[in-house]
Structures are given as C-alpha cells and as structure tokens.
Design a protein around this ligand. Structure first.
Ligand code: PMP
Length: 281
C-alpha cells in the first residue's frame, strides 16, 4: 500500500516515525477517519471542520491547508485504488527532545493511509450485543485526539464479555460508545447525548440527525440514564465505518426483543439511499 507522510507518497515500509515524535511519546496529536464511497470522500467538509476545531483546541498547527490536504487524500485514494473504504490520517505536534511543554519550533507531522472496506463487511443490520462500561476518560472527549487508552480499555473489556461494543456511562448517564455515538428510541422519538465535552460529536451522528429531520422523526439531544437505555424501545450506534448499527442486547438484557427496531430500519434505508446516490453521482 501507498501511505502519506507529510507531503510525500511512500510505500508502507518506507514510512518512519521519529522516536521522539510527540504523538508517540505523549499521544500529542489529532486524527480523522473519513468514509470513502465509490472513491469519493463522504461528508468531507464536516470532517475537515472537526479537524480544524481539534487543532484549535490543542493549539496544534496544521501543516497544510485543508485544500492541499484534501488533494493529497484524493491522490492517496487513487493510488490505493479504493472504491469503498476508509481514509485515516493523523497530525502530531512533531518531534522534539522529550519534555511536556510545547516545543518552540517544531513542524507538525502528518501521516495517512487508505484501506478498502466494503459495506457488506462493515454493516450489521441484524444488530449486535454491547456491554455497559464505566467511562473513565478525560473531560475533553469532544477533541479527536490520539489519546485513546480509555476507549481501548473499554472496548477490550466489552470484547472479553462477548460484546462487540462498549456503551460508556459516567455515573447514571450514558455518554457514547468506545468508538461510536449512542442513540435510543422512546415513543418514536430519538434521544442522544448533547454535543458537549463528554462526547465526540460524530460526523455520522450529525448525518443521522439530519436524516431524522428529513424523515420527520422527532429528536431530543439530552442526557439519558442507563435505566432509560436498558428499557428503550430501540438502541443503535453510529460511526463512520459502521453507519447505523442496531444494538439488540446489552449485557444480559435484550433490547426490543432482540430484533432491530423500526426507526433504526428507516434510518438505515435512508442512509443506504444517500450512499447509492453519492456512489453514482
Ligand atoms: N465517539 C468516539 C469516541 C469515536 O471514536 C468515534 C469515531 N469512531 C465516534 C464517536 C463516531 O464519530 P464519527 O461518526 O465521526 O465516526
């Protein structure tokens, strides 16, 4: 595969990271993962806006303009001959002798890759099992940083309980998944955690909120409890890779009798239509 290193396209084995890169030593960096459908970057502008916001919040300098970066990502997709796939890229604060303070004159370091991912392999229309796991992460989960240990530990714990995803809670309040946002349905209404410092404002979350509006499905962005989660009419999660994924079991508790719900179904159909439209546009 061809990877992106700064402004260069290299083969995977030519990619080298400095051992004093701050991304490596401190997790001092940010990233984005963008879905590719039919060779095209999906919801690109929203991802780039979020990238710029993450950079601003961490006072990290983007090494290239968004236009230039976008051109390079498109080249990366072409060089790897990606039809449906995923582009990942990250930007660190660069390499400098190890100390916590920001280095004064260090160039940010960008690396990126692109992989194929078919929707058939990524989607789970029949639903998955999830586990409720304590949210032990820091208080700026709204920034898409490379620091993912809290997420990694949660997902691993869920996996060891036979679940595919961890649904995180702070006290009684459900926040999000280890790598996705969480929605519940009560009496025909969508409920999801508001976009504050406790969750990542997922691009798929935003897209699903937009689809819900188009489908006249009422939405509440508000806190909801683990009790509301477990007694919900439907539960589903959203992410770039997996789109809308029904959750039909949480721990020992079946949700909606263990079958995907009607509202999730309508959203999955609408999502599918949009992807088809984009692939053939
Ligand atoms: N929350 C977390 C913690 C995530 O890591 C992700 C990304 N995988 C999401 C939510 C979903 O965001 P997006 O829809 O932009 O992929």
């Amino acid at each position: 595969p061809t990877i992106l290193y700064q402004d260069q396209f290299l083969s995977r084995d030519q990619g080298k990271v400095d051992m004093e890169d701050r991304g490596y030593q401190f997790g001092d960096g940010i990233y984005e993962a963008i879905r590719v459908y039919g060779g095209r970057l999906f919801l690109l502008d929203l991802h780039m806006k979020r990238l710029e916001r993450s950079a601003r919040e961490l006072r990290l300098q983007l090494p290239y303009s968004i236009d230039h970066l976008t051109d390079n990502l498109r080249t990366l997709i072409a060089k790897n001959q990606i039809d449906d796939g995923l582009v990942y890229f990250q930007i660190t604060r660069g390499a400098a002798p190890r100390q916590h303070l920001f280095p004064e004159e260090t160039e940010s370091v960008l690396t990126g890759s692109a992989i194929s991912l078919s929707r058939e392999d990524a989607l789970r229309p029949d639903g998955i099992k999830a586990s409720l796991i304590d949210d032990i992460r820091w208080l700026r989960c709204d920034i898409k940083t490379l620091n993912l240990l809290g997420n990694v530990l949660a997902k691993q714990k869920a996996h060891e309980q036979g679940s595919e995803e961890a649904i995180l809670h702070r006290g009684d309040t459900v926040t999000e998944g280890s790598s996705c946002n969480v929605f519940i349905v009560k009496e025909g209404r969508l409920i999801t955690h508001p976009a504050d410092h406790f969750i990542l404002n997922g691009i798929t979350r935003l897209f699903v909120l937009d689809l819900a509006e188009r489908l006249d499905i009422p939405v509440q962005e508000r806190l909801f409890s683990t009790e509301e989660l477990l007694s919900a009419d439907e539960v589903f999660i959203t992410s770039t890779g997996a789109e809308v994924k029904p959750v039909v079991q949480i721990g020992d508790q079946l949700i909606a009798g263990g079958r995907p719900g009607v509202i999730a179904g309508r959203l999955m159909d609408a999502f599918d239509k949009e992807v088809t439209r984009i692939r053939t546009a």
